[in-house]
Design a protein around this ligand. Structure first.
Ligand code: BGC
Length: 415
């Protein structure tokens, strides 16, 4: 937690550190915002499009939604093809729900990668994460790329009103309905968090907003690297598409949890400790074990047939489950420690109640993950842990983007 605070301080002051601490130029919503928006959520392997109506009084309604799988070839292809695919999905959505006619002209774009904001509706991609490598996008304004792609597909009547990170969307969704919510966390394919910071603590933005105002800061905590790592972590990192980066993410998120466990299983097989007599090529393909499969096995289920593992013997099941448990427990405890560090940064003596909006499949679905995080908070903070509450905010990032767009259009109207 001390190291975390040092890196937060450094990032807010504009120094080169592990935490980028990106100002988003937006504060939390009041709950009174109203309006209708199209929201587009590019997270990891899926793209979601939603039609959202904000009714005020903390109530948001999703009136239409569709989900598209991003083909792996597009994650690693050209940026142009990726954005052209996204624009096609938007057109498909409009055709499906409104016979091709204009549904909304304001688009809220949740882009779940590190972006340096130029304004509330524009920002440059700093680097790809979560296995994406699409060419020609790093350093470019992703909102402009989407606007261009929409235009070239004849959907130029839609423009990006707000560009937001999924953590910011999650915090916006959480705080729209509950004013004690001051932090948004994603524990899914990747991991990250944002929180409401006092503007006068953001040293790298001198004199911009009134000093007593608050601004949401996207921490990009997945890149935190002052944690001891073991041989499996180093090997995974070396073989990844972004070596040396996203250290915490590689220890505490869904995309990598399966890969760490797979590497341990392969080593145990090599030492003859499990799966004796099985095909030695078992689990040798990288990323062939997912967190979803781990969840099935720890709940008493089997590995999928394609993995090549036949029925698990009782002894093997116990060993495999212990490995999965160690890997997931470490992830949960790291995530809880990071949350505790941020809450103590906001409120040194824990004098106030803090609701943390959390989204992501690891948090929502992995057996025992939430419970382990709660144990960990109690270990770290003792009795004071009761001042922290998790609010599972499923699909908050999409709805939240619409809320951010509403806050932005309100701020523009006031200018
Ligand atoms: C990205 C973050 C994002 C997180 C969760 C990370 O890889 O860098 O921007 O919030 O994943 O989706």
């Amino acid at each position: 937690m001390d190291y975390f605070h040092e890196e937060m301080q450094r990032g807010l002051a504009g120094g080169q550190g592990a935490l980028k601490m990106i100002p988003t130029f937006i504060g939390r919503p009041t709950g009174a915002e109203k309006g209708g928006f199209l929201a587009l959520d590019l997270g990891g392997t899926n793209l979601r499009i939603l039609d959202v109506t904000l009714a005020g009084k903390g109530k948001a309604h999703v009136t239409a939604t569709d989900r598209f799988v991003i083909p792996p070839s597009l994650m690693g292809g050209s940026g142009e093809d990726l954005f052209s695919f996204i624009a096609d999905c938007v057109k498909h959505f409009l055709r499906r729900f409104k016979n091709g006619g204009p549904l909304r002209d304001s688009l809220a774009f949740t882009f779940s990668f590190p972006v340096e904001h130029l304004s509330i509706s524009s920002g440059k991609l700093i680097s790809w994460t979560k296995g994406f490598t699409a060419g020609g996008v790093v350093g470019r304004d992703v909102a402009a790329l989407l606007n261009e792609a929409l235009k070239s597909k004849g959907a130029g009547f839609i423009t990006v009103e707000a560009l937001t990170n999924d953590t910011v969307g999650t915090l916006a969704a959480g705080s729209y309905a509950d004013s004690t919510c001051d932090m948004g966390v994603i524990l899914g394919t990747g991991t990250n968090a944002c929180y409401a910071e006092r503007a006068n603590r953001i040293g790298k933005l001198p004199g911009l907003p009134p000093p007593d105002a608050e601004m949401i800061v996207n921490m990009e905590w997945g890149n935190f690297d002052r944690i001891p790592r073991n041989g499996y972590d180093h090997a995974l990192d070396r073989a990844s598409s972004n070596p040396g980066r996203q250290c915490l993410e590689k220890m505490a998120s869904g995309l990598y949890m399966g890969e760490i466990a797979r590497r341990i299983l392969v080593e145990m097989m090599r030492q003859g400790l499990i799966f004796r007599g099985a095909d030695p090529s078992l689990f040798t393909a990288e990323y062939s074990l997912s967190a979803e499969q781990m969840a099935v096995v720890v709940q008493g289920g089997d590995f999928p047939r394609e993995s090549g593992v036949r029925e698990l013997s009782e002894v093997d099941r116990r060993s495999v489950c212990s490995v999965f448990c160690i890997v997931s427990r470490r992830a949960a405890r790291l995530a809880a420690t990071a949350i505790a560090a941020v809450v103590l940064w906001m409120d040194k003596n824990l004098d106030h109640f803090h609701t943390i909006a959390v989204d992501g499949s690891l948090f929502l679905k992995y057996p025992g993950f939430q419970a382990e995080m709660l144990f960990s908070l109690a270990d770290l903070l003792g009795d004071r842990a009761k001042w922290i509450k998790f609010a599972p905010t499923q699909d908050g990032s999409g709805t939240g983007a619409a809320i951010v767009a509403a806050v932005a259009s309100f701020a523009r109207a006031m200018d």
